[in-house]
Design a protein around this ligand. Structure first.
Ligand code: NAG
Ligand code: NAG
Ligand code: NAG
Ligand code: NAG
Ligand code: NAG
Ligand code: CU
Length: 567
Protein backbone atom coordinates (compact mmCIF):
# COMPACT_ATOMS: atom_id res chain seq x y z
CA UNK A 1 0.00 0.00 0.00
CA UNK A 2 1.80 3.16 -1.11
CA UNK A 3 1.78 5.98 1.38
CA UNK A 4 -0.02 9.20 0.69
CA UNK A 5 2.42 11.99 0.20
CA UNK A 6 1.49 15.11 2.21
CA UNK A 7 0.40 17.18 -0.77
CA UNK A 8 -1.83 14.38 -1.95
CA UNK A 9 -3.15 14.06 1.57
CA UNK A 10 -4.22 17.68 1.62
CA UNK A 11 -5.78 17.27 -1.80
CA UNK A 12 -7.69 14.24 -0.64
CA UNK A 13 -8.83 16.02 2.46
CA UNK A 14 -10.09 18.88 0.38
CA UNK A 15 -11.82 16.79 -2.25
CA UNK A 16 -13.20 13.99 -0.13
CA UNK A 17 -16.59 14.36 1.42
CA UNK A 18 -16.05 14.69 5.16
CA UNK A 19 -16.96 11.13 5.84
CA UNK A 20 -18.00 8.12 3.83
CA UNK A 21 -19.97 5.03 4.75
CA UNK A 22 -18.29 1.67 4.45
CA UNK A 23 -21.06 -0.88 3.91
CA UNK A 24 -20.35 -4.56 4.28
CA UNK A 25 -22.64 -7.57 4.28
CA UNK A 26 -21.13 -10.83 5.43
CA UNK A 27 -22.35 -14.38 5.87
CA UNK A 28 -20.78 -16.08 8.87
CA UNK A 29 -20.13 -19.67 7.84
CA UNK A 30 -18.30 -22.83 8.80
CA UNK A 31 -15.41 -23.64 6.51
CA UNK A 32 -12.61 -26.18 6.68
CA UNK A 33 -9.10 -24.79 6.96
CA UNK A 34 -5.66 -26.13 7.83
CA UNK A 35 -3.56 -23.14 8.83
CA UNK A 36 -0.92 -25.34 10.45
CA UNK A 37 -1.37 -28.43 8.32
CA UNK A 38 -4.15 -29.88 10.46
CA UNK A 39 -7.58 -29.53 8.89
CA UNK A 40 -10.46 -28.50 11.13
CA UNK A 41 -13.73 -26.60 10.85
CA UNK A 42 -13.24 -22.87 11.47
CA UNK A 43 -15.64 -19.95 11.39
CA UNK A 44 -15.12 -17.79 8.33
CA UNK A 45 -16.86 -15.17 6.23
CA UNK A 46 -18.69 -15.90 2.97
CA UNK A 47 -17.35 -19.43 2.86
CA UNK A 48 -13.71 -18.39 3.16
CA UNK A 49 -11.11 -18.17 5.90
CA UNK A 50 -9.04 -16.18 6.95
CA UNK A 51 -11.69 -13.53 7.54
CA UNK A 52 -11.30 -10.34 5.46
CA UNK A 53 -9.63 -7.13 6.57
CA UNK A 54 -12.06 -4.32 7.21
CA UNK A 55 -10.76 -0.89 6.16
CA UNK A 56 -12.00 2.65 6.60
CA UNK A 57 -10.75 6.17 7.07
CA UNK A 58 -11.08 7.89 10.42
CA UNK A 59 -14.46 9.59 10.51
CA UNK A 60 -16.11 7.07 8.22
CA UNK A 61 -19.22 5.24 9.30
CA UNK A 62 -18.97 1.47 9.22
CA UNK A 63 -22.22 -0.30 8.50
CA UNK A 64 -21.62 -4.00 8.84
CA UNK A 65 -24.30 -6.65 8.59
CA UNK A 66 -23.58 -10.22 9.51
CA UNK A 67 -25.91 -13.08 8.62
CA UNK A 68 -25.51 -16.08 10.85
CA UNK A 69 -25.28 -19.08 8.53
CA UNK A 70 -23.59 -21.35 11.07
CA UNK A 71 -26.64 -23.51 11.63
CA UNK A 72 -25.54 -24.70 15.04
CA UNK A 73 -24.04 -21.71 16.88
CA UNK A 74 -25.04 -18.19 17.81
CA UNK A 75 -22.65 -15.36 16.98
CA UNK A 76 -21.88 -11.62 17.18
CA UNK A 77 -18.99 -9.22 16.56
CA UNK A 78 -17.03 -6.79 18.71
CA UNK A 79 -14.80 -4.06 17.27
CA UNK A 80 -11.83 -4.14 19.58
CA UNK A 81 -10.48 -0.70 20.46
CA UNK A 82 -13.30 1.32 18.89
CA UNK A 83 -14.73 3.78 21.43
CA UNK A 84 -18.37 3.45 20.27
CA UNK A 85 -19.10 7.12 20.94
CA UNK A 86 -22.88 7.41 21.35
CA UNK A 87 -23.27 3.97 19.75
CA UNK A 88 -23.02 1.90 22.92
CA UNK A 89 -25.42 -0.67 21.47
CA UNK A 90 -22.92 -1.51 18.68
CA UNK A 91 -20.11 -2.81 20.89
CA UNK A 92 -21.04 -6.43 20.38
CA UNK A 93 -20.56 -8.59 23.48
CA UNK A 94 -23.42 -11.04 23.91
CA UNK A 95 -25.39 -10.60 27.10
CA UNK A 96 -23.96 -7.11 27.52
CA UNK A 97 -24.95 -4.85 24.63
CA UNK A 98 -26.99 -7.34 22.61
CA UNK A 99 -28.47 -10.80 22.51
CA UNK A 100 -26.47 -13.40 20.59
CA UNK A 101 -27.47 -13.71 16.93
CA UNK A 102 -29.11 -17.09 16.36
CA UNK A 103 -28.69 -19.12 13.15
CA UNK A 104 -30.78 -17.75 10.30
CA UNK A 105 -30.79 -14.26 11.76
CA UNK A 106 -28.75 -11.12 11.17
CA UNK A 107 -27.49 -8.04 12.95
CA UNK A 108 -26.24 -4.70 11.67
CA UNK A 109 -23.53 -2.75 13.45
CA UNK A 110 -23.38 0.93 12.59
CA UNK A 111 -20.66 3.02 14.20
CA UNK A 112 -18.13 5.70 13.43
CA UNK A 113 -14.49 4.72 13.09
CA UNK A 114 -13.73 7.64 15.34
CA UNK A 115 -9.96 7.45 15.53
CA UNK A 116 -7.25 6.14 13.24
CA UNK A 117 -5.40 3.02 14.21
CA UNK A 118 -4.89 -0.69 14.01
CA UNK A 119 -7.88 -2.51 15.41
CA UNK A 120 -9.44 -5.90 15.01
CA UNK A 121 -12.89 -7.35 15.06
CA UNK A 122 -13.80 -10.62 16.69
CA UNK A 123 -16.69 -12.64 18.01
CA UNK A 124 -17.47 -11.69 21.61
CA UNK A 125 -19.86 -14.55 22.02
CA UNK A 126 -19.10 -17.47 24.31
CA UNK A 127 -15.45 -18.18 23.61
CA UNK A 128 -16.00 -18.22 19.85
CA UNK A 129 -13.14 -16.19 18.37
CA UNK A 130 -10.46 -18.89 18.82
CA UNK A 131 -12.52 -20.88 16.29
CA UNK A 132 -11.47 -18.32 13.69
CA UNK A 133 -14.03 -15.51 13.68
CA UNK A 134 -11.61 -12.55 13.80
CA UNK A 135 -9.89 -10.18 11.39
CA UNK A 136 -7.96 -6.89 11.14
CA UNK A 137 -9.82 -3.56 11.21
CA UNK A 138 -7.61 -0.81 9.82
CA UNK A 139 -8.69 2.78 10.28
CA UNK A 140 -6.50 5.01 8.13
CA UNK A 141 -5.49 8.51 8.96
CA UNK A 142 -5.70 11.27 6.36
CA UNK A 143 -3.52 13.40 8.57
CA UNK A 144 -1.15 10.70 9.76
CA UNK A 145 1.56 12.36 11.85
CA UNK A 146 3.99 9.72 10.60
CA UNK A 147 3.05 10.17 6.95
CA UNK A 148 6.17 10.50 4.86
CA UNK A 149 8.14 8.32 7.25
CA UNK A 150 7.15 5.04 5.68
CA UNK A 151 6.72 3.69 2.17
CA UNK A 152 4.64 0.55 2.55
CA UNK A 153 2.34 -1.18 4.99
CA UNK A 154 2.37 -4.77 6.12
CA UNK A 155 -0.16 -6.52 8.35
CA UNK A 156 1.30 -9.14 10.69
CA UNK A 157 -1.19 -11.12 12.75
CA UNK A 158 -0.06 -13.55 15.40
CA UNK A 159 -2.11 -16.22 17.08
CA UNK A 160 -1.90 -19.36 19.08
CA UNK A 161 -3.92 -22.12 17.47
CA UNK A 162 -5.97 -25.06 18.66
CA UNK A 163 -6.97 -28.23 16.86
CA UNK A 164 -10.07 -28.69 19.00
CA UNK A 165 -13.05 -26.39 18.85
CA UNK A 166 -13.64 -23.92 21.66
CA UNK A 167 -16.70 -25.69 22.95
CA UNK A 168 -14.75 -28.90 23.56
CA UNK A 169 -11.84 -27.01 25.09
CA UNK A 170 -14.15 -25.13 27.43
CA UNK A 171 -16.12 -28.18 28.45
CA UNK A 172 -12.85 -29.87 29.40
CA UNK A 173 -11.59 -26.81 31.28
CA UNK A 174 -14.74 -26.05 33.24
CA UNK A 175 -14.70 -29.17 35.40
CA UNK A 176 -14.31 -29.50 39.16
CA UNK A 177 -11.33 -31.78 38.48
CA UNK A 178 -9.42 -28.80 37.03
CA UNK A 179 -8.19 -27.76 40.45
CA UNK A 180 -5.18 -25.93 38.99
CA UNK A 181 -7.39 -23.67 36.86
CA UNK A 182 -5.45 -24.73 33.78
CA UNK A 183 -6.55 -23.23 30.48
CA UNK A 184 -6.27 -25.33 27.34
CA UNK A 185 -2.78 -25.17 25.86
CA UNK A 186 -2.48 -24.40 22.16
CA UNK A 187 -1.31 -26.84 19.52
CA UNK A 188 0.82 -24.27 17.76
CA UNK A 189 1.39 -20.78 16.43
CA UNK A 190 0.06 -19.26 13.23
CA UNK A 191 1.10 -16.02 11.54
CA UNK A 192 -1.32 -14.26 9.19
CA UNK A 193 -3.75 -17.09 9.94
CA UNK A 194 -1.38 -19.71 8.57
CA UNK A 195 -0.42 -17.88 5.41
CA UNK A 196 2.85 -16.82 7.01
CA UNK A 197 4.74 -13.71 6.02
CA UNK A 198 7.81 -12.88 3.99
CA UNK A 199 8.21 -9.23 3.10
CA UNK A 200 10.03 -8.12 0.00
CA UNK A 201 12.38 -5.61 1.53
CA UNK A 202 14.32 -2.88 -0.20
CA UNK A 203 17.35 -1.20 1.27
CA UNK A 204 16.45 2.25 2.53
CA UNK A 205 12.70 1.75 2.27
CA UNK A 206 10.63 1.92 5.45
CA UNK A 207 7.77 -0.40 6.18
CA UNK A 208 4.95 0.15 8.65
CA UNK A 209 4.09 -3.16 10.28
CA UNK A 210 0.66 -3.34 11.83
CA UNK A 211 1.10 -6.13 14.35
CA UNK A 212 -2.04 -7.67 15.84
CA UNK A 213 -2.39 -10.53 18.29
CA UNK A 214 -5.46 -12.71 17.76
CA UNK A 215 -4.33 -15.09 20.52
CA UNK A 216 -6.73 -16.77 22.89
CA UNK A 217 -4.07 -17.52 25.46
CA UNK A 218 -0.40 -17.08 24.65
CA UNK A 219 1.47 -13.81 24.32
CA UNK A 220 4.11 -13.57 21.62
CA UNK A 221 7.66 -12.26 21.60
CA UNK A 222 8.82 -10.64 18.39
CA UNK A 223 12.30 -9.82 17.14
CA UNK A 224 13.67 -8.73 13.76
CA UNK A 225 17.24 -9.71 13.02
CA UNK A 226 19.52 -6.64 12.69
CA UNK A 227 16.56 -4.27 12.39
CA UNK A 228 15.37 -1.99 15.14
CA UNK A 229 11.65 -1.41 15.42
CA UNK A 230 10.48 2.18 15.76
CA UNK A 231 7.20 1.95 17.63
CA UNK A 232 4.70 4.64 16.61
CA UNK A 233 1.42 3.30 17.95
CA UNK A 234 0.32 0.99 20.74
CA UNK A 235 -3.15 -0.47 20.33
CA UNK A 236 -4.81 2.48 18.62
CA UNK A 237 -2.91 5.34 20.24
CA UNK A 238 0.00 7.15 18.63
CA UNK A 239 3.11 7.44 20.73
CA UNK A 240 6.24 9.50 20.39
CA UNK A 241 8.45 7.30 18.24
CA UNK A 242 10.38 4.91 20.45
CA UNK A 243 12.79 2.16 19.54
CA UNK A 244 12.37 -1.46 20.47
CA UNK A 245 14.55 -4.48 19.86
CA UNK A 246 11.91 -6.90 21.08
CA UNK A 247 8.19 -6.73 21.72
CA UNK A 248 5.92 -8.86 23.83
CA UNK A 249 2.49 -8.76 22.20
CA UNK A 250 -0.26 -9.94 24.52
CA UNK A 251 -3.58 -11.30 23.28
CA UNK A 252 -5.57 -8.47 21.62
CA UNK A 253 -2.71 -5.97 21.68
CA UNK A 254 -1.47 -4.15 18.59
CA UNK A 255 1.84 -2.49 17.82
CA UNK A 256 2.51 -0.31 14.80
CA UNK A 257 6.24 -0.23 14.11
CA UNK A 258 8.41 1.25 11.38
CA UNK A 259 11.30 -0.82 10.08
CA UNK A 260 13.79 0.48 7.59
CA UNK A 261 15.68 -1.96 5.38
CA UNK A 262 19.33 -1.68 6.40
CA UNK A 263 22.10 -1.49 3.87
CA UNK A 264 24.84 -3.20 5.88
CA UNK A 265 24.55 -6.55 4.12
CA UNK A 266 22.33 -7.28 1.19
CA UNK A 267 20.80 -10.53 2.44
CA UNK A 268 17.66 -12.05 3.90
CA UNK A 269 16.84 -11.17 7.47
CA UNK A 270 14.74 -13.50 9.61
CA UNK A 271 12.21 -12.35 12.13
CA UNK A 272 11.13 -14.59 14.97
CA UNK A 273 7.70 -14.77 16.55
CA UNK A 274 7.76 -16.95 19.64
CA UNK A 275 4.84 -17.73 21.91
CA UNK A 276 5.64 -17.04 25.55
CA UNK A 277 5.46 -20.50 27.04
CA UNK A 278 6.54 -19.29 30.46
CA UNK A 279 4.11 -17.86 32.91
CA UNK A 280 6.43 -15.07 33.92
CA UNK A 281 9.47 -14.89 31.61
CA UNK A 282 11.02 -17.56 33.83
CA UNK A 283 11.01 -21.31 33.87
CA UNK A 284 8.14 -22.73 35.79
CA UNK A 285 5.98 -25.86 35.58
CA UNK A 286 3.84 -24.56 32.72
CA UNK A 287 6.92 -24.22 30.52
CA UNK A 288 7.49 -27.97 30.61
CA UNK A 289 4.47 -28.24 28.34
CA UNK A 290 6.02 -27.95 24.93
CA UNK A 291 4.14 -27.14 21.76
CA UNK A 292 5.45 -25.74 18.47
CA UNK A 293 5.70 -22.11 19.36
CA UNK A 294 8.18 -20.45 17.00
CA UNK A 295 7.53 -18.94 13.61
CA UNK A 296 10.28 -17.54 11.39
CA UNK A 297 9.49 -15.18 8.54
CA UNK A 298 11.83 -13.15 6.37
CA UNK A 299 12.62 -9.68 5.21
CA UNK A 300 13.63 -10.76 1.74
CA UNK A 301 16.36 -8.77 0.01
CA UNK A 302 17.91 -11.66 -1.92
CA UNK A 303 15.28 -14.14 -3.11
CA UNK A 304 17.90 -16.62 -4.24
CA UNK A 305 20.04 -16.18 -1.15
CA UNK A 306 20.21 -18.07 2.10
CA UNK A 307 17.44 -18.06 4.69
CA UNK A 308 19.10 -18.14 8.12
CA UNK A 309 17.36 -18.62 11.48
CA UNK A 310 16.95 -15.84 13.99
CA UNK A 311 18.38 -16.74 17.37
CA UNK A 312 17.35 -14.84 20.46
CA UNK A 313 19.40 -15.63 23.55
CA UNK A 314 17.09 -13.94 26.01
CA UNK A 315 13.74 -12.26 25.65
CA UNK A 316 13.81 -8.77 27.13
CA UNK A 317 10.92 -6.94 25.55
CA UNK A 318 10.59 -3.18 25.66
CA UNK A 319 8.52 -1.75 28.53
CA UNK A 320 5.40 -0.36 26.87
CA UNK A 321 4.47 1.55 30.03
CA UNK A 322 7.48 3.77 29.35
CA UNK A 323 6.11 5.08 26.05
CA UNK A 324 4.67 8.60 25.80
CA UNK A 325 1.54 9.62 23.92
CA UNK A 326 2.29 11.69 20.84
CA UNK A 327 -0.37 14.26 21.75
CA UNK A 328 1.13 14.74 25.20
CA UNK A 329 -2.25 14.57 26.91
CA UNK A 330 -1.73 14.81 30.67
CA UNK A 331 -3.04 12.36 33.23
CA UNK A 332 -6.77 13.02 33.60
CA UNK A 333 -7.73 14.60 36.87
CA UNK A 334 -8.69 15.28 39.52
CA UNK A 335 -9.59 11.69 40.33
CA UNK A 336 -13.22 11.27 41.44
CA UNK A 337 -13.49 7.49 41.81
CA UNK A 338 -11.16 4.62 42.56
CA UNK A 339 -12.02 1.04 41.69
CA UNK A 340 -9.78 -1.65 43.10
CA UNK A 341 -10.05 -5.09 41.55
CA UNK A 342 -8.19 -8.01 43.10
CA UNK A 343 -7.94 -10.78 40.55
CA UNK A 344 -7.49 -14.37 41.71
CA UNK A 345 -8.73 -17.75 40.61
CA UNK A 346 -11.63 -19.01 42.70
CA UNK A 347 -14.24 -21.76 42.81
CA UNK A 348 -17.97 -21.42 42.46
CA UNK A 349 -20.57 -23.00 44.71
CA UNK A 350 -20.35 -26.22 42.72
CA UNK A 351 -16.57 -26.39 42.94
CA UNK A 352 -16.03 -25.40 39.31
CA UNK A 353 -12.90 -23.41 38.44
CA UNK A 354 -13.60 -19.71 38.01
CA UNK A 355 -11.71 -16.43 37.99
CA UNK A 356 -12.78 -13.64 40.32
CA UNK A 357 -12.51 -9.93 40.85
CA UNK A 358 -12.80 -9.22 44.58
CA UNK A 359 -13.96 -12.82 45.16
CA UNK A 360 -16.80 -12.45 42.67
CA UNK A 361 -16.99 -14.16 39.33
CA UNK A 362 -18.93 -12.69 36.41
CA UNK A 363 -22.13 -14.61 35.83
CA UNK A 364 -24.22 -14.14 32.67
CA UNK A 365 -27.58 -12.64 33.49
CA UNK A 366 -30.93 -13.07 31.78
CA UNK A 367 -31.17 -9.54 30.37
CA UNK A 368 -28.24 -7.94 28.51
CA UNK A 369 -26.81 -5.31 30.86
CA UNK A 370 -27.31 -2.39 28.48
CA UNK A 371 -30.99 -3.27 28.12
CA UNK A 372 -31.31 -3.26 31.91
CA UNK A 373 -29.70 0.18 31.99
CA UNK A 374 -32.28 1.41 29.49
CA UNK A 375 -35.32 -0.04 31.24
CA UNK A 376 -34.86 0.23 35.00
CA UNK A 377 -35.67 3.92 35.24
CA UNK A 378 -34.09 5.91 38.03
CA UNK A 379 -32.88 2.67 39.54
CA UNK A 380 -30.38 2.26 36.73
CA UNK A 381 -27.82 4.05 38.88
CA UNK A 382 -28.13 1.25 41.43
CA UNK A 383 -25.68 -1.59 40.72
CA UNK A 384 -28.17 -4.07 42.19
CA UNK A 385 -30.30 -4.02 39.04
CA UNK A 386 -27.46 -5.47 36.95
CA UNK A 387 -26.91 -8.69 38.89
CA UNK A 388 -23.64 -10.58 39.26
CA UNK A 389 -21.73 -8.91 36.46
CA UNK A 390 -19.34 -7.02 38.77
CA UNK A 391 -21.05 -3.73 37.91
CA UNK A 392 -19.59 -0.28 38.61
CA UNK A 393 -21.75 2.75 37.92
CA UNK A 394 -19.90 5.87 36.80
CA UNK A 395 -21.15 9.42 36.34
CA UNK A 396 -20.48 11.73 33.41
CA UNK A 397 -17.14 13.43 33.82
CA UNK A 398 -15.86 10.95 36.39
CA UNK A 399 -12.11 10.47 36.40
CA UNK A 400 -11.53 6.96 37.55
CA UNK A 401 -8.44 5.20 38.81
CA UNK A 402 -8.81 1.50 38.23
CA UNK A 403 -6.25 -0.49 40.16
CA UNK A 404 -6.06 -4.11 39.07
CA UNK A 405 -4.14 -6.32 41.45
CA UNK A 406 -3.01 -9.53 39.80
CA UNK A 407 -2.72 -12.06 42.63
CA UNK A 408 -1.81 -14.81 40.18
CA UNK A 409 1.71 -15.99 39.35
CA UNK A 410 1.28 -15.38 35.62
CA UNK A 411 0.95 -12.31 33.42
CA UNK A 412 -2.59 -11.43 32.30
CA UNK A 413 -3.67 -8.92 29.62
CA UNK A 414 -6.58 -6.74 30.72
CA UNK A 415 -8.78 -5.02 28.17
CA UNK A 416 -11.35 -2.28 28.66
CA UNK A 417 -14.00 -1.67 26.02
CA UNK A 418 -14.85 1.85 24.93
CA UNK A 419 -11.59 3.51 25.97
CA UNK A 420 -7.98 4.03 25.19
CA UNK A 421 -7.16 4.23 28.90
CA UNK A 422 -4.10 5.80 30.46
CA UNK A 423 -1.55 3.42 31.96
CA UNK A 424 -0.28 5.23 35.03
CA UNK A 425 1.67 2.45 36.63
CA UNK A 426 2.50 -1.10 35.62
CA UNK A 427 5.45 -2.31 37.69
CA UNK A 428 7.41 -5.56 37.39
CA UNK A 429 6.52 -8.94 38.76
CA UNK A 430 6.23 -9.55 42.49
CA UNK A 431 5.61 -5.91 43.33
CA UNK A 432 2.50 -6.91 45.27
CA UNK A 433 -0.75 -5.03 45.27
CA UNK A 434 -1.20 -1.30 44.69
CA UNK A 435 -0.62 0.51 47.93
CA UNK A 436 -2.64 3.55 46.92
CA UNK A 437 0.59 5.46 46.55
CA UNK A 438 1.10 7.24 43.26
CA UNK A 439 4.45 5.58 42.82
CA UNK A 440 5.79 6.85 39.54
CA UNK A 441 2.80 8.25 37.75
CA UNK A 442 4.03 9.99 34.62
CA UNK A 443 2.67 13.43 33.84
CA UNK A 444 1.62 12.21 30.41
CA UNK A 445 0.88 8.48 30.59
CA UNK A 446 0.67 6.22 27.56
CA UNK A 447 -2.79 5.20 26.42
CA UNK A 448 -3.90 1.87 25.06
CA UNK A 449 -6.81 -0.55 25.39
CA UNK A 450 -5.11 -3.74 26.58
CA UNK A 451 -2.43 -3.80 29.26
CA UNK A 452 -0.33 -6.73 30.40
CA UNK A 453 -0.22 -6.96 34.17
CA UNK A 454 2.77 -8.74 35.59
CA UNK A 455 2.64 -11.70 37.94
CA UNK A 456 1.83 -10.88 41.58
CA UNK A 457 1.78 -7.25 40.64
CA UNK A 458 -0.66 -4.58 39.53
CA UNK A 459 -1.54 -1.84 37.11
CA UNK A 460 -3.23 1.47 37.69
CA UNK A 461 -5.17 2.68 34.69
CA UNK A 462 -7.22 5.85 34.44
CA UNK A 463 -10.24 6.81 32.38
CA UNK A 464 -12.31 9.88 31.81
CA UNK A 465 -15.98 8.97 31.61
CA UNK A 466 -17.32 10.96 28.68
CA UNK A 467 -19.23 8.33 26.75
CA UNK A 468 -22.43 6.63 27.85
CA UNK A 469 -22.53 2.87 27.62
CA UNK A 470 -21.94 -0.47 29.21
CA UNK A 471 -18.30 -1.39 28.76
CA UNK A 472 -16.56 -4.56 29.85
CA UNK A 473 -13.23 -4.79 31.60
CA UNK A 474 -11.80 -8.28 31.26
CA UNK A 475 -8.77 -10.44 30.88
CA UNK A 476 -8.24 -11.03 27.16
CA UNK A 477 -7.21 -14.60 27.64
CA UNK A 478 -10.44 -15.93 26.18
CA UNK A 479 -10.47 -18.93 28.50
CA UNK A 480 -10.37 -16.59 31.50
CA UNK A 481 -13.32 -14.63 30.13
CA UNK A 482 -15.24 -17.89 30.14
CA UNK A 483 -14.08 -18.43 33.74
CA UNK A 484 -15.72 -15.12 34.64
CA UNK A 485 -12.79 -12.68 34.78
CA UNK A 486 -14.90 -9.70 33.81
CA UNK A 487 -16.24 -6.51 35.36
CA UNK A 488 -18.81 -4.15 33.86
CA UNK A 489 -18.62 -0.35 33.77
CA UNK A 490 -22.01 1.28 33.48
CA UNK A 491 -21.22 4.77 32.23
CA UNK A 492 -23.54 7.76 32.45
CA UNK A 493 -26.68 5.70 33.15
CA UNK A 494 -28.94 8.75 33.19
CA UNK A 495 -28.32 9.09 29.44
CA UNK A 496 -28.93 5.38 28.85
CA UNK A 497 -32.28 5.55 30.64
CA UNK A 498 -35.08 5.07 28.13
CA UNK A 499 -32.70 4.41 25.22
CA UNK A 500 -34.17 2.32 22.43
CA UNK A 501 -32.37 -0.14 20.24
CA UNK A 502 -32.57 -1.17 16.59
CA UNK A 503 -35.29 -3.67 15.73
CA UNK A 504 -32.82 -6.20 14.36
CA UNK A 505 -30.96 -6.24 17.68
CA UNK A 506 -34.13 -6.71 19.72
CA UNK A 507 -35.43 -9.27 17.26
CA UNK A 508 -32.48 -11.54 18.08
CA UNK A 509 -33.66 -11.55 21.69
CA UNK A 510 -37.24 -12.28 20.68
CA UNK A 511 -36.19 -15.19 18.46
CA UNK A 512 -34.59 -16.88 21.46
CA UNK A 513 -37.08 -15.84 24.07
CA UNK A 514 -34.44 -13.80 25.87
CA UNK A 515 -35.93 -10.97 27.92
CA UNK A 516 -34.71 -7.52 26.93
CA UNK A 517 -36.19 -5.32 29.61
CA UNK A 518 -36.10 -5.05 33.35
CA UNK A 519 -33.40 -5.93 35.81
CA UNK A 520 -30.84 -8.71 35.38
CA UNK A 521 -33.56 -11.24 36.10
CA UNK A 522 -36.04 -9.68 33.69
CA UNK A 523 -38.26 -8.18 36.39
CA UNK A 524 -39.80 -5.03 34.94
CA UNK A 525 -42.19 -4.37 37.84
CA UNK A 526 -39.90 -4.45 40.84
CA UNK A 527 -36.42 -3.87 39.51
CA UNK A 528 -34.92 -4.29 42.97
CA UNK A 529 -36.19 -7.85 43.18
CA UNK A 530 -33.14 -10.06 42.71
CA UNK A 531 -34.92 -13.37 43.12
CA UNK A 532 -34.72 -14.34 39.46
CA UNK A 533 -31.00 -13.56 39.02
CA UNK A 534 -28.41 -16.05 37.89
CA UNK A 535 -26.25 -16.43 41.00
CA UNK A 536 -24.29 -19.60 40.22
CA UNK A 537 -22.59 -20.30 36.87
CA UNK A 538 -24.17 -23.11 34.87
CA UNK A 539 -22.55 -26.48 35.48
CA UNK A 540 -22.96 -27.64 31.92
CA UNK A 541 -21.17 -25.34 29.53
CA UNK A 542 -22.83 -25.01 26.16
CA UNK A 543 -20.80 -22.10 24.78
CA UNK A 544 -22.23 -20.68 21.58
CA UNK A 545 -23.97 -23.97 20.79
CA UNK A 546 -27.48 -23.35 19.53
CA UNK A 547 -30.32 -25.69 20.21
CA UNK A 548 -33.63 -25.09 18.51
CA UNK A 549 -35.42 -25.86 21.78
CA UNK A 550 -34.75 -22.33 23.00
CA UNK A 551 -35.90 -20.90 19.72
CA UNK A 552 -39.66 -20.74 20.07
CA UNK A 553 -40.46 -17.19 19.01
CA UNK A 554 -42.79 -15.51 21.43
CA UNK A 555 -44.10 -11.99 21.10
CA UNK A 556 -43.32 -9.86 24.11
CA UNK A 557 -45.49 -7.01 25.12
CA UNK A 558 -42.91 -4.65 26.52
CA UNK A 559 -41.44 -1.97 24.29
CA UNK A 560 -38.94 0.55 25.58
CA UNK A 561 -39.84 4.20 25.17
CA UNK A 562 -38.77 5.80 21.91
CA UNK A 563 -36.09 8.14 23.20
CA UNK A 564 -32.47 8.07 22.25
CA UNK A 565 -29.64 9.98 23.86
CA UNK A 566 -30.15 13.52 24.87
CA UNK A 567 -26.42 14.35 24.77
C1 NAG B 1 9.29 -17.52 3.29
O1 NAG B 1 10.53 -17.94 2.81
C2 NAG B 1 10.96 -19.17 3.36
C3 NAG B 1 12.36 -19.44 2.83
O2 NAG B 1 12.34 -19.48 1.44
C4 NAG B 1 9.99 -20.28 2.98
O3 NAG B 1 10.38 -21.48 3.60
C5 NAG B 1 8.61 -19.90 3.45
O4 NAG B 1 7.67 -20.84 3.01
C6 NAG B 1 8.23 -18.53 2.92
N1 NAG B 1 6.98 -18.13 3.50
C7 NAG B 1 6.02 -17.54 2.80
C8 NAG B 1 4.81 -17.10 3.53
O5 NAG B 1 6.12 -17.37 1.61
C1 NAG C 1 12.30 -20.89 19.67
O1 NAG C 1 13.13 -19.75 19.63
C2 NAG C 1 13.86 -19.54 20.82
C3 NAG C 1 14.58 -18.23 20.71
O2 NAG C 1 15.52 -18.25 19.65
C4 NAG C 1 14.80 -20.70 21.05
O3 NAG C 1 15.48 -20.53 22.28
C5 NAG C 1 14.00 -21.99 21.10
O4 NAG C 1 14.87 -23.07 21.19
C6 NAG C 1 13.14 -22.14 19.86
N1 NAG C 1 12.29 -23.27 20.04
C7 NAG C 1 12.09 -24.15 19.09
C8 NAG C 1 11.17 -25.28 19.43
O5 NAG C 1 12.61 -24.04 18.00
C1 NAG D 1 -2.96 9.88 44.06
O1 NAG D 1 -3.41 10.79 43.07
C2 NAG D 1 -4.78 11.06 43.12
C3 NAG D 1 -5.16 11.89 41.93
O2 NAG D 1 -4.17 12.78 41.57
C4 NAG D 1 -5.10 11.76 44.45
O3 NAG D 1 -6.48 11.99 44.52
C5 NAG D 1 -4.69 10.83 45.58
O4 NAG D 1 -4.87 11.48 46.81
C6 NAG D 1 -3.23 10.43 45.45
N1 NAG D 1 -2.93 9.44 46.46
C7 NAG D 1 -1.92 9.53 47.27
C8 NAG D 1 -1.79 8.44 48.29
O5 NAG D 1 -1.09 10.43 47.21
C1 NAG E 1 -36.73 1.70 42.21
O1 NAG E 1 -37.47 0.54 42.06
C2 NAG E 1 -38.38 0.31 43.10
C3 NAG E 1 -39.00 -1.05 42.87
O2 NAG E 1 -39.56 -1.13 41.60
C4 NAG E 1 -39.41 1.42 43.12
O3 NAG E 1 -40.31 1.23 44.20
C5 NAG E 1 -38.70 2.74 43.29
O4 NAG E 1 -39.61 3.79 43.19
C6 NAG E 1 -37.64 2.90 42.25
N1 NAG E 1 -36.84 4.06 42.56
C7 NAG E 1 -36.69 5.05 41.73
C8 NAG E 1 -35.81 6.17 42.20
O5 NAG E 1 -37.19 5.06 40.63
C1 NAG F 1 -21.31 -27.17 14.36
O1 NAG F 1 -21.04 -27.43 13.01
C2 NAG F 1 -19.66 -27.53 12.70
C3 NAG F 1 -19.51 -27.62 11.20
O2 NAG F 1 -20.27 -28.64 10.71
C4 NAG F 1 -19.10 -28.75 13.41
O3 NAG F 1 -17.74 -28.91 13.11
C5 NAG F 1 -19.27 -28.54 14.90
O4 NAG F 1 -18.82 -29.65 15.60
C6 NAG F 1 -20.72 -28.26 15.24
N1 NAG F 1 -20.78 -27.84 16.62
C7 NAG F 1 -21.65 -28.30 17.46
C8 NAG F 1 -21.55 -27.79 18.83
O5 NAG F 1 -22.50 -29.10 17.12
CU1 CU G 1 -6.13 -13.99 32.26
Amino acid sequence: MPRLIPTLTSLLLASRALAATVSVNWDVTWVNASPDGFERPVIGINGAWPCPTLEAYAGDTIELTINNKLGNQTTGLHFHGIDQILTEDMDGPSGVTQCPVPPGSSITYTFVANAPGTYWYHSHNMGQYPDGLRGPLIVRDLVDPYAGKYDEEVILTISDWYHDQSLTLMQNMLQPSNTNFLPPFPDGIIVNEGRGLNVTFAVGKTYRFRIISFSAFASAFLHFDSHTMQVIMIDSSYITQAQAYQLRVAPAQRYDVLIQGISRDHRNYPFLVSLDINRDFANDPASSIVWPHNYTGYLVMQPNGAYPQDVVAKWQPVNDASFRPLDGIAAYGPVTDTITLDFAFCKDANGYPRACFNDKTYIDQKVPTLYSAATTGENNTNPIVYGNVNPFVLKKGAVVNIAINNLDAAIHPFHLHGHQFQVLDRPGSNTGTWSGRNRTFPASPPRRDTVSINANSYAVIRILVDNPGVFLLHCHIEWHVEMGLTATLIQIPDVLRGATFPDDHINNCKLQNIPYAGNAGGNTQNVLDTSNYNTVPATSYTGAMYTAATATPKARRFRPRQIRHSV
